[in-house]
Ligand binder design. Structure first.
Ligand SMILES: [Zn+2]
Length: 246
């Protein structure tokens, strides 16, 4: 069991929240009960995930995508009212961590992808959110590794036989960051989403591109964070995947 404030303070330090200029508040977004024993993790704070957390009698829900994004209406109406009312009525704390959870050197989404894809020497590219590392395989083989690791068939652009040695990647909707991968002469750039103009940009820069799913590439950071918290504070934890093909 841990006190809500102790947990929030611990996460704030552990995820170095103050280092990030983010599009949403990172930390305790919705305040629930003071004492926390059972935590649930998930990717996005949608109604289906909140309903599951209520069914499981969770004390806290940890997500990568929470509420209060800079570009969203600031009013508590419609589905946002429904979601937040359900959390408040059930006294469930909502903790949300966005960029700090992408970037963390061990439990972050990008570090976790490196482990799952067997990428060697994973490091961030300068002070960007994009990472680079080494592999030695073909695009076809690597795409298959990605498929097995994420249980999802990726969209792949490039020649199957292309040899990949240097790879760059960034979880989520980071397709416009392909330029960071081009700048370091990467053989391949992997992210979650793809936009219409990306395949041509990739082709003309002789770089392979893999869209592996926004949701699929961001399942692992929040789980790893909560596994860490469960050990540190002796909590019950499990991850709930509300599947999403995007
Ligand atoms: Zn995301």
């Amino acid at each position: 069991m841990v006190n809500q404030k102790t947990l929030a303070d611990y996460c704030h330090q552990y995820l170095t929240v103050d280092k990030f200029d983010d599009y949403c508040p990172n930390g305790l977004q919705i305040q629930g009960k003071s004492d926390i024993k059972k935590i649930i993790s998930g990717v996005s704070a949608n109604q289906a995930l909140i309903d599951r957390a209520i069914d499981e009698a969770a004390d806290a829900l940890f997500v990568h995508h929470g509420f209060f994004w800079k570009n969203e209406p600031p009013t508590l109406t419609g589905i946002k009212k429904n979601r937040i009312k359900a959390l408040l009525d059930n006294n469930i704390n909502l903790f949300a961590y966005h960029l700090p959870l992408d970037a963390h050197p061990t439990i972050g989404n990008n570090a976790q992808l490196a482990t799952r894809f067997d990428i060697k020497n994973p490091v961030p590219i300068g002070d960007t959110l994009v990472w680079q590392g080494e592999i030695n395989t073909t695009l076809a083989n690597f795409s298959n590794t990605v498929k097995q690791a994420l249980s999802r068939t990726p969209l792949v652009f490039g020649n199957d036989e292309k040899t990949l040695k240097r790879i760059a990647w960034c979880s989520g909707g980071a397709q416009t960051y392909i330029q960071h991968a081009i700048n370091i002469n990467a053989d391949c750039f992997l992210t979650g989403e793809v936009s219409e103009q990306i395949p041509a940009i990739a082709l003309e820069n002789n770089i392979a591109f893999i869209s592996a799913g926004h949701h699929a590439t961001e399942r692992y950071g929040v789980q790893a964070l909560c596994q860490h918290l469960a050990q540190e504070f002796n909590l019950d934890h499990h991850f709930i995947d509300i599947d999403n093909s995007v």
